[in-house]
Design a protein around this ligand. Structure first.
Ligand SMILES: [Zn+2]
Length: 482
């Protein structure tokens, strides 16, 4: 065994990867890596160009005699997530990533490695220059700013591509072929609020909900981790009627793509702090069976200073609106058993001076279904008298059981490894969804080596998995041209 990344197999792939590591290439800072890729193409006499968005396309001629075979697009993204351990002295705009071998994996010292998606990019470069690989025409597509909103894929000039088959090299577990992903939308609800209720005999309390796990709003949506804002609204709505609750403020959640973990409200009720806390404790016990193990849900009130109160009907309206909106999985897939097909994350709630703001982020692998959920959210909002703005942000990728490249890939994996790879889909956005919408009929799959903890300083990639991943890529390209 070697202790040098440059001597790992396949050597060409790892050395391309080390070249990429040496050039800072965080999202939005792709100029250096783009010049590097264009220079590399020139050196190999491949035509290449960058489009207006900054994506790079490299045209690799077919091996002799295979010119009339289908053109295959090999696709990866050239940007990486820049995360470092606290205290690590590292400048992602200047310093190169230091890739090292750590037992069975390659990782970086205290920073993200950028194997997501540097290994994908390096493997496409390796295939393009591999003299032992007989292939049809190849188009290498390297996109920008995947990690910060799929910007490169969204802005791609698809007329620059002739390919009818696409292999996306940005998946995270060897042994799986990804055949679908979710599209995403957003619904922004604005409800006008009327303040001015007198406190009467009520006392003021802040009520805080903590202890939920949160997580990714797509990948973790079905794990029963609870939604902090929804649970808080339900807790407040469950208080005994004689407490006669009025709301001054409610809020929770701060990112459209994260499950709200904590929420807070400012309320006035008829009753003591201990009455309120025992009612909240009763609610907490009551929802326990709805939540997966591993949480530390607490809803606790404390005395607070007086504040402007919503009138009675607006207090009820706010709680009812939060309770009525969907949160969680809404449909599962028939094509890929176990896949969440459609969901909504009730992502952000906050009260401002004169209005309540709610942001929802629904996802679906089926574009029509995403629109239906957006309409549902808008309808609920309008029932409450709110304004609702909805938008489809990026399309989904519905699994296609009749995909030819999938059938070929399953066959190739079985020939190489004794059993076919498993078929999977994810409930999150991938570039494939957008690229598929830009090129209708594009037959596509996604796969990759074993990546652990991508987007964190613990990111690593399995050495043996990279070798097998490349072996598979190469055999698949050869089979398509055979
Ligand atoms: Zn990636």
């Amino acid at each position: 065994m070697t202790n040098k990344v440059s001597e790992l197999e396949p050597k060409a792939l790892w050395n391309y990867f080390l070249d990429i590591c040496a050039i800072p290439h965080g999202s939005g800072n792709e100029a250096g890596i783009r010049s590097h890729l264009l220079a590399w193409a020139k050196e190999h006499n491949f035509k290449a160009r960058a489009d207006e968005t900054g994506n790079v396309i490299v045209y690799v001629p077919a091996s002799k005699g295979l010119e009339d075979k289908p053109t295959v697009i090999l696709q990866g993204h050239m940007d990486m997530v820049c995360e470092k351990e606290s205290g690590k002295d590292f400048d992602f705009l200047k310093d190169g990533i230091e890739a090292i071998i750590d037992g069975p994996v390659v990782t970086a010292k205290g920073t993200t490695l950028g194997a997501d998606d540097g290994i994908g990019v390096a493997s496409a470069m390796t295939a393009a220059t591999d003299e032992t690989l007989l292939h049809g025409p190849l188009e290498l597509l390297f996109t920008v700013e995947e990690e910060t909103g799929l910007t490169g894929a969204n802005g791609l000039d698809a007329s620059l591509l002739k390919g009818t088959i696409m292999l996306n090299l940005d998946s995270e577990e060897l042994g799986y072929i990804t055949v679908g992903c979710a599209g995403g939308g957003s619904a922004d609800i604005t409800l006008p609020l009327n303040f001015g209720e007198s406190a009467g005999g009520r006392s003021f309390f802040s009520v805080e909900l903590t202890g939920l796990k949160g997580g990714h709003s797509g990948l973790d949506i079905a794990l029963q981790r609870g939604n902090a804002v929804v649970l808080l609204a339900r807790a407040l709505a469950s208080l005994p009627q004689d407490m006669d609750l009025r709301l001054a403020a409610i809020g929770g959640g701060d990112k459209h793509n994260a499950l709200p973990r904590a929420a807070k409200a400012l309320v006035a009720v008829n009753g003591s702090l201990s009455d309120l806390n025992s009612a909240l404790a009763a609610f907490t016990a009551q929802v326990e069976p709805e939540l997966a193990k591993g949480h530390e849900l607490k809803i606790i009130a404390e005395s607070a200073a007086p504040a402007a109160l919503l009138n009675g009907s607006d207090s009820q309206k706010v709680l009812n609106l939060i309770k009525a909106l969907p949160h969680g999985p809404l449909a599962t897939s028939i094509d890929v058993p176990g896949l969440i097909q459609t969901s909504n994350n009730l992502a952000v709630v906050r009260t401002e001076e004169r209005e309540l703001i709610i942001k929802c982020s629904p996802r679906s692998a089926v574009d029509e279904e995403l629109c239906t959920v957006l309409e549902q959210i808008a309808a609920i909002g309008r029932l409450a008298g709110a304004k609702v703005a909805t938008k489809v942000n990026y399309p989904g990728w519905k699994p296609d059981a009749s995909s030819k490249v999938l059938a070929t890939a399953l066959k190739v994996s079985e020939e190489l490894f004794g059993k076919p790879f498993a078929v999977a889909a994810i409930h999150a956005g991938l570039e494939c969804g957008i690229l598929g919408a830009k090129k209708p009929g594009l037959d596509k799959i996604s796969f990759g080596p074993d990546l652990k903890s991508p987007h964190s300083p613990d990111e690593s990639v399995g050495i043996e998995s990279v070798q097998k991943f490349y072996l598979f890529l190469k055999a698949l390209i050869a089979k398509i041209a055979a």
